[in-house]
Design a protein around this ligand. Structure first.
Ligand SMILES: [Zn+2]
Length: 94
């Protein structure tokens, strides 16, 4: 069974819809500054979606509950570092 077909387009469609309708306030969640939809995709200020819970940790790539708006620049800077909320039952206490 192969499930790789149409994944990209489905994601692109969902991403576009999310950008236009979600309650993200057009603010980058990493730097707190405004994000504009009409910025060209490859520019540093372009809107990107940051997945706060990596797919490998139980998050779904298509689950918009885990999406956050971020500048392309900010998203790249953060790279793949996890941004997990502290959870109950965490192994480490401060
Ligand atoms: Zn930013």
């Amino acid at each position: 069974m192969s499930r790789h077909s149409a994944r990209g387009s489905e994601y692109a469609k969902l991403r576009r819809h999310w950008l236009e309708t979600a309650d993200h306030g057009w603010v980058c969640h990493l730097c707190g500054r405004p994000v504009h939809l009409d910025v060209p995709p490859r520019s540093p200020d372009a809107p990107t979606i940051d997945h706060v819970i990596p797919v490998g940790v139980g998050g779904s790539k298509l689950d918009t509950r885990y999406w956050r708006l971020a500048h392309y620049r900010c998203n790249r800077r953060r790279s793949t570092a996890p941004l997990l909320e502290p959870t109950q039952g965490a192994t480490r206490t401060w």
